[in-house]
Design a protein around this ligand. Structure first.
Ligand SMILES: [Zn+2]
Ligand SMILES: [Zn+2]
Length: 422
């Protein structure tokens, strides 16, 4: 599949970020320097100063005084923000939502479809192509592709998505989507007729293949796994459980998607750590039993992020079902949750404070693990020489202060020119 390199950053300014507590995948450094050249991370620690001595080009220096320097986050499951949903299907909607999420620390974003008509999914993909191909930093987070999430959901498991638009995967519909070259993550419920063919086609298109909004049995998961399915969307939400399968299949009781993920080391999943979807002990359980290398943090946030409490549509602005945001989370009219209204900075704090993850584990779940699952970890996902300079400055109390995207400050005090430049 065509995976375009990001824009040419050869003219981006050179930066030396000083006294940074660098959050690496497995530890946090003592305060040290990070050198940024041509939009990429050039050196960490003393090597940065050595390189500058050999190559004393003009460099802007910034002292972050022991604050954390974290990797830009990678959100593989996100519907919208700041009043727009990606299913609105316009370039403007993409720019607004991708800017909102960038300001919460997401530097790489995979806009995520809902259940919708084929026309609406076509418009979503067209807008995604326009955003990816015309992108520059002022538009918002970098978007290498999308998550084809709805419409292939199981009846009775559609959650806040429109149930009328849920359907089984048919090649004549999904091959067109996969041939767009935009789909990096592809979801279907494993028990639907045609799911195995969809999984094979998505694997062939280079996607991370996932099962979600599903009441699948272990046997259906195993058949999906043999066809390349390796991930489950938002663990514990809209997925099968032993009781849900007892209702579907009777006795003997059946193992569910949860047991399949817990038992199968090649499976990965994701959690919504907003404090509303999952209790602290469930986040702690996921961290201990699944671990930071196969557990992602996602926002799953909708258009009500960064908006006042009120009534909003989930998915397309004209036809999506209504939900209510209380400012903390979305609520469907049925009384069940309707996805989150928080950004990735909030999810990392949730995984640390409620999930009891170490800071570097929480950031690994929000950056390197999702980047690896979508095949982009050579470019983004951690603070390492050669990778894109996607960097976040967090205070000691985990407040996001500044965002650097591909080597330029795009949000926070540094972007506003308040830094002490030399
Ligand atoms: Zn969902
Ligand atoms: Zn979702």
């Amino acid at each position: 599949m065509a995976r375009r390199p990001p824009q040419d950053d050869s003219n981006a300014p050179q930066w030396l970020i000083q006294k940074a507590r660098v959050i690496l995948p497995d530890r946090i450094t003592e305060p040290c320097d990070v050198l940024i050249q041509k939009g990429c991370i050039a050196a960490i620690g003393l090597r940065g100063k050595e390189r500058l001595r050999r190559d004393p080009e003009e460099v802007r220096q910034i002292d972050i005084q022991g604050d954390y320097l974290a990797p830009g986050m990678v959100d593989i499951h996100v519907h919208g923000g700041r009043g727009t949903d990606f299913m609105d299907g316009t370039l403007d909607a993409f720019r607004i939502a991708c800017t909102a999420h960038l300001q919460h620390g997401t530097t790489t974003i995979l806009p995520t479809s809902t259940t919708a008509s084929p026309d609406q999914i076509d418009r979503f993909l067209t807008a995604a192509g326009q955003y990816r191909d015309g992108w520059n930093r002022s538009w918002g987070a970098w978007m290498p592709g999308v998550h084809l999430y709805g419409p292939f959901f199981a009846a009775g498991k559609t959650g806040c998505h429109s149930p009328e638009e849920a359907r089984a995967p048919e090649a004549r519909e999904y091959l067109k989507y996969l041939r767009s070259g935009l789909v990096l993550v592809a979801t279907s419920a494993a028990e639907l007729p045609g799911a195995v063919g969809f999984y094979r086609a998505a694997l062939g298109a280079g996607c991370l293949v996932t099962c979600g909004h599903s009441n699948a049995t272990w046997g259906e998961m195993a058949a999906g796994w043999r066809a390349g399915m390796r991930h489950v969307d938002h663990f514990w939400c809209a997925m099968s459980s032993i009781p849900s399968l007892r209702a579907r299949c009777g006795v003997p009781m059946q193992a569910s998607m949860a047991e399949f993920v817990l038992a199968e080391p090649t499976m990965s999943t994701e959690v919504i750590a907003d404090g509303c979807h999952l209790s602290p002990e469930l986040l702690q359980f996921a961290r201990r039993m699944i671990g930071p290398d196969r557990l992602c943090l996602v926002t799953d946030s909708n258009r009500a992020m960064d908006m006042p409490p009120g009534r909003y549509r989930f998915g397309n602005a004209q036809s999506g079902p209504w939900f209510e945001s209380d400012g903390q989370v979305g609520w469907a009219s049925t009384g069940s949750l309707a996805s989150s209204v928080q950004g990735m900075d909030h999810m990392v704090r949730g995984m640390v404070r409620q999930g009891k993850a170490t800071l570097f584990e929480a950031f690994r779940m929000a950056s390197l693990t999702p980047a690896r699952l979508i095949g982009l970890d050579a470019q983004v996902g951690s603070i390492a020489p050669g990778k894109k300079a996607d960097l976040l400055v967090f205070s000691k109390s985990l407040k996001l202060k500044s965002v650097m995207l591909h080597g330029e400050w795009v949000h926070g005090s540094m972007a506003r020119g308040n830094s002490s430049l030399s």
